[in-house]
Design a protein around this ligand. Structure first.
Ligand SMILES: [Zn+2]
Length: 390
């Protein structure tokens, strides 16, 4: 099914409607003015939900200077429908005020094909404010009066919003969202997403190159999804995973790292203890003990020291609104930078800070000189003035 625009459409004002809707009911408006809220692509619409086809017979821009009345339409496209497409004799559909036409004369088009980009060319630019819209006009003959366009537009001939919001919430409940991309989200995108979430009162935190939101309502999810879509980011429900280990031997050493020889013991846990795990690696688990956190060996040589259970929480289940995100990787995330790189970065920053400082200094000196010069001139002028008065 194709409407004039995909997603939601708006008939914004009474005078956007078709008929004698202007000049206190005296002036004829031969088409319907429709704004695409979710898309700016003007599509060849259906006729009452039925797919139609035709040929582009006009795709041009008429200048005011040529004196032709259609200059008012700016860039416009006219599609002549194939025969017997509709019950009435309507043949011509006009799509006007475009920012850009996307089709050429002679091109065959069918419902759903993009014809133009919504704009405010022609006399739409003279409206205040110059609102972007599509003037859809339907004529039985190329010069005839406009006929009812609502069979095509997908909008009633009334002020309102029509069509469906293409962005659906991921859940009807308030849920945590994970916002991510193929690569870690850029710092710029993080800021933009924060700007969207902050006014909604939704806290955002970072985790492994993704953003995790506090629980967002269905409506807020739509707002977040739209922005993410704009930035080419993917959004899914955030499923927090928490692993736990249950100690099955009498006593198990807790060490500073995942290994026996190179890491020292910082404590121990005992049989039956169930511990939250922040990372599992090479048969070792980093556990939260309540005293010194550290690594325990899960087993060796077919012998099990501790059993692992993984709990997957459906988004929103963990933590209250705004609560910090579960520490899946607290102090054990490895940074992809070496100490050497950090040192270089720091040195570079020092250099650029010094340069900035020098530039500022030079600028100030110049300003001071100019100011002094100025003051001198004022003194001189005052002096002259005084002499004239004397
Ligand atoms: Zn119009």
């Amino acid at each position: 099914m194709a409407n004039l625009f995909s997603g939601r459409m708006q008939v914004p004002y009474y005078y956007s409607c078709y008929g004698y809707t202007r000049g206190n009911g005296k002036t004829w408006h031969g088409g319907q003015d429709v704004v695409g809220l979710d898309s700016d692509r003007i599509l060849l619409p259906d006729y009452d939900g039925k797919s139609i086809s035709g040929t582009v017979v006009t795709a041009r821009k008429v200048d005011k200077s040529t004196g032709n009345r259609t200059w008012e339409w700016g860039f416009y496209v006219c599609v002549k429908l194939d025969a017997n497409q509709t019950p009435d004799k309507v043949n011509y559909l006009y799509f006007c005020h475009n920012a850009q036409n996307l089709v050429a004369v002679g091109q065959k088009v069918k419902s759903g094909d993009a014809l133009a980009v919504m704009g405010n060319s022609g006399n739409a630019a003279e409206a205040s404010p110059p609102i972007k819209h599509c003037h859809l006009e339907v004529r039985a003959t190329s010069t005839g009066a406009g006929l009812d366009p609502t069979h095509y537009s997908g909008c009633a001939n009334r002020v309102g919003i029509y069509g469906e919001n293409p962005v659906k919430p991921l859940s009807g409940e308030a849920v945590r969202l994970k916002i991510y991309a193929d690569t870690p989200i850029s710092a710029g995108d993080v800021v933009l997403m924060q700007k969207v979430c902050q006014p909604l009162g939704i806290a955002v935190s970072a985790e492994n190159g993704a953003l995790i939101t506090a629980p967002a309502s269905a409506g807020d999810q739509i707002t977040i999804l739209r922005k993410a879509q704009e930035l080419n980011l993917t959004v899914s429900l955030y499923h927090a995973t928490v692993s736990k280990v249950q100690v099955t031997v009498d006593s198990l050493r807790v060490r500073t790292g995942p290994g026996v020889e190179e890491y020292t013991q910082v404590g121990s846990v005992k049989k039956g203890d169930v511990l939250e795990t922040l990372q599992i690696k090479d048969g070792w688990a980093y556990v939260v003990t309540g005293e010194k956190d550290g690594w325990v060996c899960l087993g060796e040589d077919g012998q099990i020291y501790a059993k692992v259970t993984v709990l997957i929480a459906v988004a929103g289940l963990f933590g209250a609104v705004g609560a910090p995100i579960i520490r899946l990787n607290s102090n054990i995330t490895r940074l992809n930078v070496t100490l050497e790189q950090l040192k270089q970065d720091m040195a570079q920053q020092k250099v650029s800070a010094r340069q900035t400082h020098q530039r500022l200094w030079a600028h100030n000196t110049e300003q001071d000189a100019a100011l002094a010069d100025h003051e001198k001139r004022i003194v001189l002028l005052e002096h002259k003035e005084r002499r004239r008065e004397e």
